[in-house]
Write a protein that binds this ligand. Structure first.
Ligand code: IMP
Ligand code: MG
Length: 178
């Protein structure tokens, strides 16, 4: 897809995304067979992944507690802004909680969220990301994600919820933007 200066080429297609999302849901369901689970999708980027993931939990009830965080301008990582009013402690305290994000890059978002949610005493707290960039595999980060869809190189990606300046979230695949 070409859009003026942006060239986007697919690196993970819709079928692979669907297959992997179903596998992750099955694995989480095996780990927490009793449910219910509170999913905490981090807006805006996680909205499509979280919607697909939620629909793949066939045997356990799911509750949603949205949260919003922002750290990127264009393709540069910057200071993290969080929007706490969305967070409902009643959905966290004593619950099995799963943070759902689109991508793990520096780990800042997940670590801030883990700290915030821990303060509300969940019964368990796990993290799930669709994508993890290379720093993760290289062990450079202090944070761990319990469930990872795909490990990718350190490139800028869009689609399936991920954006560049608010654009391209609608693409049904993960594409590298050059
Ligand atoms: P972290 O806090 O540095 O781990 O970054 C995570 C957040 O940065 C994600 O939730 C994304 O919103 C955004 N992000 C990081 N890398 C990319 C990318 O390649 N494309 C689009 N958004 C990204
Ligand atoms: Mg995000």
């Amino acid at each position: 897809m070409e859009n003026q200066s942006h060239n986007i080429h697919q690196i993970i297609g819709p079928d692979d995304l669907a297959r992997r999302v179903a596998q992750i849901a099955a694995q989480i369901q095996d780990d927490l067979p009793q449910g219910p689970i509170t999913l905490v999708p981090i807006l805006d980027g996680a909205f499509i992944f979280a919607a697909d993931l939620a629909r793949n939990f066939k045997d356990i009830p799911i509750e949603l507690c949205f949260y919003k965080a922002k750290s990127y301008e264009g393709n540069q990582s910057g200071e993290l802004t969080t929007y706490d009013p969305l967070l409902d402690p009643a959905k966290i305290t004593g619950r099995n909680v799963l943070i759902v994000d689109d991508i793990l890059d520096t780990g800042k978002t997940l670590s801030v969220l883990q700290d915030k949610l821990s303060q509300h005493a969940p019964q368990s707290l796990k993290t799930c990301v669709l994508l993890a960039k290379d720093h993760y595999r290289q062990g450079d980060l202090d944070i761990k994600a319990d469930y990872i869809g795909f490990e990718i190189p350190d490139v800028f990606v869009v689609g399936y919820g991920l954006d560049f300046n608010g654009l391209y979230r609608n693409l049904p695949f993960i594409g590298e933007m050059t």
